[in-house]
Design a protein around this ligand. Structure first.
Ligand code: DNO
Length: 357
Protein backbone atom coordinates (compact mmCIF):
# COMPACT_ATOMS: atom_id res chain seq x y z
CA UNK A 1 0.00 0.00 0.00
CA UNK A 2 1.00 3.60 -0.37
CA UNK A 3 0.17 6.10 2.37
CA UNK A 4 -1.42 9.22 0.91
CA UNK A 5 -3.19 12.35 2.07
CA UNK A 6 -6.19 14.11 0.60
CA UNK A 7 -5.47 17.60 -0.67
CA UNK A 8 -8.13 19.89 -2.17
CA UNK A 9 -5.75 22.16 -4.05
CA UNK A 10 -4.21 25.58 -3.51
CA UNK A 11 -6.83 28.17 -2.77
CA UNK A 12 -9.20 25.58 -1.30
CA UNK A 13 -7.19 23.67 1.26
CA UNK A 14 -5.83 25.15 4.49
CA UNK A 15 -3.17 22.43 4.43
CA UNK A 16 -0.16 22.98 2.17
CA UNK A 17 1.77 20.49 0.08
CA UNK A 18 4.86 21.39 2.08
CA UNK A 19 3.12 20.32 5.28
CA UNK A 20 1.95 17.09 3.70
CA UNK A 21 5.47 16.37 2.47
CA UNK A 22 6.68 16.52 6.07
CA UNK A 23 4.31 13.85 7.38
CA UNK A 24 6.53 10.79 7.73
CA UNK A 25 5.62 7.98 5.38
CA UNK A 26 3.26 10.00 3.19
CA UNK A 27 4.43 9.99 -0.41
CA UNK A 28 1.37 10.82 -2.48
CA UNK A 29 -1.66 13.05 -2.54
CA UNK A 30 -5.19 12.32 -3.52
CA UNK A 31 -6.47 15.43 -5.15
CA UNK A 32 -8.92 16.90 -7.63
CA UNK A 33 -9.74 19.96 -9.68
CA UNK A 34 -11.98 21.32 -6.99
CA UNK A 35 -13.44 24.07 -9.13
CA UNK A 36 -15.00 21.61 -11.58
CA UNK A 37 -18.73 21.04 -11.45
CA UNK A 38 -20.05 17.52 -12.03
CA UNK A 39 -20.24 16.86 -15.76
CA UNK A 40 -17.57 19.37 -16.73
CA UNK A 41 -14.64 18.31 -18.90
CA UNK A 42 -11.13 18.35 -17.37
CA UNK A 43 -8.54 19.33 -19.95
CA UNK A 44 -5.15 17.73 -20.16
CA UNK A 45 -3.49 21.12 -19.59
CA UNK A 46 -5.40 21.65 -16.34
CA UNK A 47 -4.48 18.18 -15.14
CA UNK A 48 -0.84 18.68 -16.08
CA UNK A 49 -0.69 21.99 -14.18
CA UNK A 50 -2.05 20.28 -11.07
CA UNK A 51 0.40 17.45 -11.46
CA UNK A 52 3.35 19.79 -11.86
CA UNK A 53 2.34 21.73 -8.78
CA UNK A 54 2.17 18.53 -6.71
CA UNK A 55 5.43 17.17 -8.09
CA UNK A 56 7.27 20.42 -7.38
CA UNK A 57 6.66 19.74 -3.68
CA UNK A 58 8.31 16.31 -3.82
CA UNK A 59 5.01 14.41 -3.77
CA UNK A 60 3.04 12.86 -6.58
CA UNK A 61 -0.62 12.35 -7.47
CA UNK A 62 -1.69 8.87 -6.37
CA UNK A 63 -5.24 9.24 -7.54
CA UNK A 64 -8.18 11.56 -8.00
CA UNK A 65 -10.97 12.04 -5.48
CA UNK A 66 -13.32 12.79 -7.06
CA UNK A 67 -14.36 13.14 -10.65
CA UNK A 68 -17.97 13.76 -9.74
CA UNK A 69 -20.87 12.33 -11.68
CA UNK A 70 -23.58 14.59 -13.04
CA UNK A 71 -27.09 13.96 -11.70
CA UNK A 72 -28.37 13.32 -15.24
CA UNK A 73 -26.13 10.23 -15.30
CA UNK A 74 -27.43 9.07 -11.94
CA UNK A 75 -31.07 9.67 -12.91
CA UNK A 76 -30.52 8.36 -16.45
CA UNK A 77 -32.18 11.39 -17.99
CA UNK A 78 -31.58 14.68 -19.80
CA UNK A 79 -28.07 15.02 -21.14
CA UNK A 80 -26.57 11.89 -19.65
CA UNK A 81 -24.82 10.81 -22.85
CA UNK A 82 -23.21 14.19 -23.22
CA UNK A 83 -21.96 14.11 -19.63
CA UNK A 84 -20.69 10.56 -20.07
CA UNK A 85 -18.83 11.72 -23.17
CA UNK A 86 -17.18 14.45 -21.05
CA UNK A 87 -16.37 11.89 -18.36
CA UNK A 88 -14.71 9.63 -20.92
CA UNK A 89 -12.61 12.51 -22.24
CA UNK A 90 -11.65 13.47 -18.71
CA UNK A 91 -10.53 9.89 -18.00
CA UNK A 92 -8.56 9.88 -21.21
CA UNK A 93 -6.83 13.13 -20.22
CA UNK A 94 -6.05 11.73 -16.78
CA UNK A 95 -4.65 8.58 -18.35
CA UNK A 96 -2.45 10.62 -20.67
CA UNK A 97 -1.04 12.35 -17.58
CA UNK A 98 -0.31 8.95 -16.03
CA UNK A 99 -3.02 9.07 -13.37
CA UNK A 100 -4.61 5.67 -12.86
CA UNK A 101 -7.08 5.75 -9.98
CA UNK A 102 -10.35 7.67 -9.84
CA UNK A 103 -12.67 7.70 -6.85
CA UNK A 104 -16.30 8.70 -7.43
CA UNK A 105 -19.66 8.15 -5.84
CA UNK A 106 -23.17 7.41 -7.02
CA UNK A 107 -25.08 9.03 -4.19
CA UNK A 108 -28.21 10.98 -5.08
CA UNK A 109 -28.38 14.67 -4.08
CA UNK A 110 -26.22 14.60 -0.98
CA UNK A 111 -22.71 13.24 -0.76
CA UNK A 112 -21.85 12.22 2.83
CA UNK A 113 -24.26 13.47 5.46
CA UNK A 114 -23.40 14.57 9.01
CA UNK A 115 -25.74 16.39 11.37
CA UNK A 116 -23.00 18.17 13.34
CA UNK A 117 -19.64 19.38 12.08
CA UNK A 118 -18.17 20.33 15.45
CA UNK A 119 -19.42 18.19 18.33
CA UNK A 120 -17.26 18.92 21.35
CA UNK A 121 -15.70 15.86 22.98
CA UNK A 122 -14.48 15.50 26.57
CA UNK A 123 -10.90 16.35 25.60
CA UNK A 124 -12.01 19.61 23.96
CA UNK A 125 -11.47 18.40 20.40
CA UNK A 126 -14.37 18.73 17.97
CA UNK A 127 -15.60 16.08 15.59
CA UNK A 128 -18.25 15.51 12.97
CA UNK A 129 -21.22 13.51 14.16
CA UNK A 130 -24.47 11.96 12.98
CA UNK A 131 -27.76 11.54 14.78
CA UNK A 132 -30.53 9.78 12.90
CA UNK A 133 -33.24 11.56 14.91
CA UNK A 134 -31.97 14.89 13.62
CA UNK A 135 -32.06 13.76 9.99
CA UNK A 136 -35.58 12.42 10.51
CA UNK A 137 -36.75 15.73 11.89
CA UNK A 138 -35.19 18.10 9.36
CA UNK A 139 -36.48 19.23 5.99
CA UNK A 140 -33.73 18.20 3.50
CA UNK A 141 -33.79 21.67 1.97
CA UNK A 142 -32.71 23.02 5.36
CA UNK A 143 -29.87 20.55 5.74
CA UNK A 144 -27.25 22.80 4.17
CA UNK A 145 -28.47 25.83 6.17
CA UNK A 146 -28.19 23.85 9.37
CA UNK A 147 -24.51 23.04 8.94
CA UNK A 148 -23.10 25.83 6.78
CA UNK A 149 -22.07 28.04 9.68
CA UNK A 150 -19.76 25.34 11.00
CA UNK A 151 -17.82 24.89 7.76
CA UNK A 152 -15.07 27.28 8.89
CA UNK A 153 -15.39 29.28 5.69
CA UNK A 154 -14.46 26.30 3.50
CA UNK A 155 -16.42 24.61 0.73
CA UNK A 156 -17.02 21.00 1.73
CA UNK A 157 -16.97 18.30 -0.95
CA UNK A 158 -20.48 17.46 -2.09
CA UNK A 159 -21.91 20.48 -0.26
CA UNK A 160 -21.10 23.16 -2.78
CA UNK A 161 -23.48 26.13 -2.34
CA UNK A 162 -24.36 26.12 -6.09
CA UNK A 163 -25.61 22.55 -5.74
CA UNK A 164 -27.36 23.07 -2.47
CA UNK A 165 -29.32 25.99 -3.94
CA UNK A 166 -30.94 23.44 -6.23
CA UNK A 167 -31.86 20.81 -3.65
CA UNK A 168 -35.58 21.06 -4.37
CA UNK A 169 -35.08 20.49 -8.11
CA UNK A 170 -32.70 17.64 -7.39
CA UNK A 171 -35.23 15.88 -5.18
CA UNK A 172 -37.77 16.29 -7.97
CA UNK A 173 -35.35 14.71 -10.47
CA UNK A 174 -34.97 11.63 -8.26
CA UNK A 175 -38.64 11.14 -7.45
CA UNK A 176 -39.05 8.10 -9.75
CA UNK A 177 -35.62 6.62 -9.07
CA UNK A 178 -35.49 3.61 -6.82
CA UNK A 179 -32.55 1.33 -6.01
CA UNK A 180 -33.09 -0.81 -9.11
CA UNK A 181 -33.10 2.19 -11.44
CA UNK A 182 -30.01 3.56 -9.77
CA UNK A 183 -28.27 0.22 -10.30
CA UNK A 184 -29.32 0.28 -13.98
CA UNK A 185 -27.99 3.80 -14.44
CA UNK A 186 -24.72 2.89 -12.76
CA UNK A 187 -24.37 -0.12 -15.05
CA UNK A 188 -25.05 2.01 -18.12
CA UNK A 189 -22.38 4.49 -17.03
CA UNK A 190 -19.79 1.83 -16.18
CA UNK A 191 -20.27 -0.02 -19.46
CA UNK A 192 -19.66 3.17 -21.38
CA UNK A 193 -16.48 4.10 -19.53
CA UNK A 194 -14.83 0.67 -19.27
CA UNK A 195 -13.17 0.84 -22.72
CA UNK A 196 -11.28 4.05 -21.88
CA UNK A 197 -10.41 2.65 -18.43
CA UNK A 198 -8.94 -0.42 -20.08
CA UNK A 199 -7.08 1.61 -22.64
CA UNK A 200 -5.38 3.81 -20.04
CA UNK A 201 -5.48 1.36 -17.10
CA UNK A 202 -7.67 3.60 -14.99
CA UNK A 203 -9.01 1.94 -11.89
CA UNK A 204 -12.44 3.24 -11.00
CA UNK A 205 -13.11 3.09 -7.27
CA UNK A 206 -16.69 3.71 -6.21
CA UNK A 207 -17.05 5.30 -2.81
CA UNK A 208 -19.75 3.91 -0.53
CA UNK A 209 -22.78 5.88 0.51
CA UNK A 210 -22.32 7.61 3.81
CA UNK A 211 -24.24 6.84 5.93
CA UNK A 212 -24.80 3.42 4.43
CA UNK A 213 -28.57 3.62 4.24
CA UNK A 214 -31.24 5.73 2.62
CA UNK A 215 -31.46 9.30 3.89
CA UNK A 216 -34.47 11.53 3.22
CA UNK A 217 -36.12 8.68 1.30
CA UNK A 218 -33.49 8.80 -1.47
CA UNK A 219 -32.21 5.53 -2.96
CA UNK A 220 -28.75 4.40 -1.80
CA UNK A 221 -27.08 1.33 -3.25
CA UNK A 222 -23.39 1.17 -2.31
CA UNK A 223 -24.09 0.24 1.27
CA UNK A 224 -23.09 -3.37 2.03
CA UNK A 225 -21.16 -6.42 0.82
CA UNK A 226 -24.07 -7.88 -1.11
CA UNK A 227 -24.60 -4.71 -3.13
CA UNK A 228 -20.92 -4.14 -3.88
CA UNK A 229 -20.54 -7.72 -5.08
CA UNK A 230 -23.56 -7.13 -7.32
CA UNK A 231 -22.04 -3.89 -8.60
CA UNK A 232 -18.75 -5.58 -9.47
CA UNK A 233 -20.44 -8.55 -11.11
CA UNK A 234 -22.79 -6.50 -13.26
CA UNK A 235 -19.76 -5.01 -15.03
CA UNK A 236 -17.16 -7.67 -14.46
CA UNK A 237 -13.94 -5.86 -15.23
CA UNK A 238 -11.06 -5.31 -12.78
CA UNK A 239 -11.18 -1.61 -13.62
CA UNK A 240 -14.65 -1.49 -12.13
CA UNK A 241 -13.57 -1.47 -8.52
CA UNK A 242 -14.15 -0.08 -5.11
CA UNK A 243 -13.00 2.41 -2.50
CA UNK A 244 -13.17 0.73 0.87
CA UNK A 245 -14.16 3.43 3.34
CA UNK A 246 -14.20 2.22 6.93
CA UNK A 247 -16.11 5.25 8.17
CA UNK A 248 -18.87 4.85 5.57
CA UNK A 249 -19.46 1.07 5.54
CA UNK A 250 -18.90 1.21 9.28
CA UNK A 251 -21.92 3.47 9.85
CA UNK A 252 -23.99 0.30 9.66
CA UNK A 253 -22.92 -1.95 12.51
CA UNK A 254 -24.19 -4.97 10.58
CA UNK A 255 -21.33 -4.49 8.09
CA UNK A 256 -18.34 -6.67 8.99
CA UNK A 257 -15.49 -4.44 7.81
CA UNK A 258 -12.60 -6.98 7.58
CA UNK A 259 -14.96 -9.39 5.83
CA UNK A 260 -15.96 -6.73 3.28
CA UNK A 261 -12.29 -6.03 2.59
CA UNK A 262 -11.53 -9.73 2.08
CA UNK A 263 -14.40 -10.00 -0.40
CA UNK A 264 -12.84 -7.24 -2.53
CA UNK A 265 -9.53 -8.91 -3.35
CA UNK A 266 -8.33 -7.73 -6.77
CA UNK A 267 -11.04 -5.06 -7.03
CA UNK A 268 -10.06 -2.84 -4.13
CA UNK A 269 -8.32 0.19 -5.59
CA UNK A 270 -8.36 2.72 -2.75
CA UNK A 271 -8.83 2.69 1.01
CA UNK A 272 -10.06 5.35 3.46
CA UNK A 273 -9.31 4.18 6.96
CA UNK A 274 -10.77 5.88 10.01
CA UNK A 275 -12.69 5.08 13.14
CA UNK A 276 -16.16 5.90 14.48
CA UNK A 277 -17.37 5.95 18.04
CA UNK A 278 -20.93 4.75 18.43
CA UNK A 279 -22.94 6.17 21.32
CA UNK A 280 -25.94 4.15 20.11
CA UNK A 281 -26.63 2.49 16.73
CA UNK A 282 -28.26 5.79 15.65
CA UNK A 283 -25.65 8.18 16.93
CA UNK A 284 -21.98 8.14 16.09
CA UNK A 285 -19.08 10.54 16.05
CA UNK A 286 -15.82 10.53 14.12
CA UNK A 287 -13.26 9.67 16.78
CA UNK A 288 -9.48 9.62 16.53
CA UNK A 289 -8.12 6.82 14.34
CA UNK A 290 -6.94 4.63 17.25
CA UNK A 291 -8.90 1.47 18.03
CA UNK A 292 -9.04 2.54 21.68
CA UNK A 293 -10.85 5.78 20.84
CA UNK A 294 -13.63 4.34 18.70
CA UNK A 295 -15.72 1.28 18.00
CA UNK A 296 -13.65 -0.43 15.28
CA UNK A 297 -10.66 -2.75 15.55
CA UNK A 298 -8.22 -0.88 13.34
CA UNK A 299 -5.64 -3.67 13.53
CA UNK A 300 -8.16 -6.10 12.00
CA UNK A 301 -8.95 -3.64 9.21
CA UNK A 302 -5.27 -3.17 8.33
CA UNK A 303 -4.65 -6.90 8.65
CA UNK A 304 -7.44 -7.64 6.16
CA UNK A 305 -5.87 -5.16 3.73
CA UNK A 306 -2.54 -6.92 4.17
CA UNK A 307 -4.12 -10.33 3.67
CA UNK A 308 -5.59 -9.40 0.29
CA UNK A 309 -2.23 -7.96 -0.83
CA UNK A 310 -3.70 -4.50 -1.12
CA UNK A 311 -1.23 -2.37 -3.05
CA UNK A 312 -3.25 0.75 -3.82
CA UNK A 313 -3.32 4.14 -2.15
CA UNK A 314 -4.65 4.36 1.39
CA UNK A 315 -5.37 7.52 3.31
CA UNK A 316 -6.30 8.55 6.80
CA UNK A 317 -9.77 9.97 6.68
CA UNK A 318 -11.74 12.56 8.59
CA UNK A 319 -9.81 13.77 11.59
CA UNK A 320 -10.82 15.63 14.70
CA UNK A 321 -10.15 19.34 14.99
CA UNK A 322 -7.39 19.63 17.57
CA UNK A 323 -4.71 22.04 18.76
CA UNK A 324 -6.86 25.06 17.78
CA UNK A 325 -6.63 24.34 14.10
CA UNK A 326 -9.19 26.06 11.86
CA UNK A 327 -9.74 24.01 8.72
CA UNK A 328 -12.37 22.22 6.69
CA UNK A 329 -14.22 19.96 9.15
CA UNK A 330 -12.66 16.50 8.97
CA UNK A 331 -9.78 17.72 6.82
CA UNK A 332 -7.35 19.50 9.08
CA UNK A 333 -3.66 18.67 9.13
CA UNK A 334 -2.94 17.55 12.66
CA UNK A 335 -5.30 14.72 13.41
CA UNK A 336 -5.05 13.24 9.94
CA UNK A 337 -1.25 13.31 10.25
CA UNK A 338 -1.59 11.42 13.54
CA UNK A 339 -3.91 9.02 11.75
CA UNK A 340 -1.42 8.41 8.94
CA UNK A 341 1.35 7.73 11.42
CA UNK A 342 -0.78 5.33 13.42
CA UNK A 343 -1.87 3.42 10.31
CA UNK A 344 1.74 3.22 9.15
CA UNK A 345 2.68 1.87 12.57
CA UNK A 346 0.02 -0.82 12.41
CA UNK A 347 1.17 -1.75 8.91
CA UNK A 348 4.83 -2.04 9.88
CA UNK A 349 3.90 -4.25 12.84
CA UNK A 350 1.74 -6.48 10.65
CA UNK A 351 4.37 -6.82 7.92
CA UNK A 352 7.17 -7.62 10.38
CA UNK A 353 4.97 -9.93 12.41
CA UNK A 354 4.04 -11.91 9.29
CA UNK A 355 7.68 -12.11 8.13
CA UNK A 356 8.68 -13.72 11.41
CA UNK A 357 6.09 -16.51 11.05
C1 DNO B 1 -16.00 12.71 2.47
C2 DNO B 1 -15.55 11.93 1.33
C3 DNO B 1 -16.55 11.90 0.21
C4 DNO B 1 -15.93 11.22 -0.99
C5 DNO B 1 -16.84 11.15 -2.16
C6 DNO B 1 -16.20 10.37 -3.27
O1 DNO B 1 -15.21 13.12 3.26
O2 DNO B 1 -15.13 10.68 1.70
O3 DNO B 1 -16.93 13.21 -0.13
O4 DNO B 1 -14.80 11.93 -1.37
O5 DNO B 1 -18.05 10.59 -1.84
O6 DNO B 1 -16.76 10.74 -4.48
Amino acid sequence: MEMTFRWFGSGYDTVTLKQIRQIPGVTGVITTLYNKMPGELWTQEEIRALKEEVEASGLHISGIESVNIHDDIKTGSGDRDLYIENYIKTLENLGKEDIHMVCYNFMPVFDWTRTELARVRKDGSTVMAYTQAKVDSIDPEKMFESIKDSMNGTVMPGWEPERMAKVKELFEAYKDIDDEKLFDNLKYFLEKIMPVCNQYDIKMAIHPDDPAWSVFGLPRIIINKENILRMMKMVDDPHNGVTFCAGSYGTNLANDLPDIIRSLKGRLHFAHVRNLKFNSPDDFEESAHLSSDGSFDMYEIMKALYDIDFDGPIRPDHGRMIWDEVAMPGYGLYDRALGATYLNGLWEAIVKGEMKK
